[in-house]
Write a new protein. Structure first.
Length: 259
């Protein structure tokens, strides 16, 4: 059900649930492992972003090194274990790090969806909206577009992956452990569990607005520990924190069904 590439940062290259492939294969910017590269290159699938998503290092420090069931970053060790059921996959993560270590983690999942796909979260969820190259703005899911025309020429509806319109935006849905995506008669549900830590869902909706020189389309729905994209901007409660034991565990569960 899950295929990974240990040589390319442990990237998930395939997720087959509910009779279909859910992961986008990427824009074809690179072939082969990205080992040793200094600048992030989008390869599609799922990258493990740690200890930040945006900022430095961009998309974290794991995507450009080999991963064989475990990976190290500075003085921390991260391991994961996949468990497959019927149309369900769970991933158990285990982090060893100094007590008090702060980080952001995200399963940077880029999904194979067509225009019209919908993203569902609890209505009224507080969000932080990140227009490309702009500070975050307060938002309430699924959207209130009264001020957005200053940034986009058309109203913003984050809950739909729309047609190509030259926009790109990121958002963090705060305290949101579960999100579902409906596309072409199937629904994928992602749930993240980590008691005592900030659990959110990040969203990247690129409808031909990024990058400026050669824009493409991509939809990222990313279970996250933390409440911001960039660890350097994390305020109190915005980052995950390793407890006194020096260990932290969390579980990501993905399931699919026809709709």
């Amino acid at each position: 059900m899950v295929t990974i590439d240990p040589a390319d940062g442990g990237r998930w290259t395939s997720l087959r649930l509910g009779g279909r492939e859910w992961l986008w294969a990427g824009p074809g910017l690179v072939t082969g492992p990205r080992t040793g590269l200094a600048t992030f290159i989008d390869a599609g699938g799922v990258d493990e972003c740690f200890p930040t998503v945006r900022g430095f290092p961009d998309h974290g420090g794991l995507w450009n090194q080999p991963w064989d069931g475990m990976v190290t970053y500075n003085n921390v060790i991260l391991t994961r274990a996949f468990n497959a059921g019927t149309d369900t996959v769970s991933v158990d993560y285990h982090l060893q790090a100094p007590a008090g270590y702060r980080f952001i983690w995200a399963a940077h999942a880029l999904l194979d969806c067509v225009p019209g796909a919908t993203i569902s979260a609890h209505p009224g969820t507080e969000c932080r909206l990140y227009p490309e190259a702009a500070p975050w703005l307060p938002w309430t899911w699924p959207g209130d577009a009264h001020w957005v025309t200053a940034i986009w020429p058309t109203p913003l509806e984050l809950g739909t992956f729309g047609p190509t319109d030259g926009t790109a935006a990121g958002a963090v849905l705060l305290d949101c452990p579960t999100v579902s995506v409906r596309d072409r008669g199937a629904e994928l549900t992602m749930t993240l569990s980590c008691p005592g830590q900030p659990v959110s869902t990040a969203l990247w909706r690129n409808q031909g607005g990024f990058p400026d020189d050669a824009p493409y389309r991509s939809l990222g729905v990313e279970p996250m520990l933390g409440r911001v994209f960039d660890l350097a901007t994390a305020g109190p409660g915005d980052a995950a924190v390793v407890p006194e034991s020096g260990e932290l565990t969390w579980r990501l569960t993905l399931s699919a069904r026809p709709v």
